[in-house]
Design a protein around this ligand. Structure first.
Ligand code: CO
Length: 139
């Protein structure tokens, strides 16, 4: 079951500058950075009531986020919904015609399992589904 909007992700060309903007200009809490090898990204999370903002930047200047930045610069990248049973939700959505970018979930930030749906499944918006290991509100 989808339980909530887990985070909104913004691709940024300059991660330090983007972190300073959210932390200092907007005064949001900064929950730290994490490299996610499976996605070839560096991430930074900012909790806001009910959800989080995720900044994403290419790890080693390569990978899908690098291609996104090359094509269109920084911008809204994806929405992530939390799932309490990712395998069941993916199977249910496949039955309803959703397409996914990988055959199954891959490792995400903070020990989560994640999978991305093809943007065509959501009117052009990239959607991530994430299942978190413990409390269900981290990662
Ligand atoms: Co994400």
């Amino acid at each position: 079951m989808i339980t909530r909007l887990d985070h909104v992700a913004i691709a940024v060309p300059d991660l330090d500058r983007a972190i300073a903007r959210l932390a200092e200009d907007l005064g949001l809490d900064f929950a730290g950075r994490e490299d996610v090898e499976a996605a070839r990204t560096t991430t930074a999370f900012f909790p806001v009531p009910g959800t989080r903002i995720e900044l994403i930047h290419p790890l080693r200047g390569e990978g899908p986020v690098a291609r996104f930045l090359d094509r269109r610069g920084g911008g809204l990248h994806h929405l992530c919904f939390a799932s309490d049973d990712l395998d069941a939700d993916v199977a249910r959505l496949r039955e309803r015609g959703w397409r996914f970018l990988t055959d199954g979930p891959v490792p995400g930030a903070h020990g989560s399992r994640v999978i991305f749906a093809h943007p065509s499944s959501m009117d052009g918006v990239l959607v991530e589904l994430a299942e978190h290991p413990a409390r269900g509100d981290e990662g």
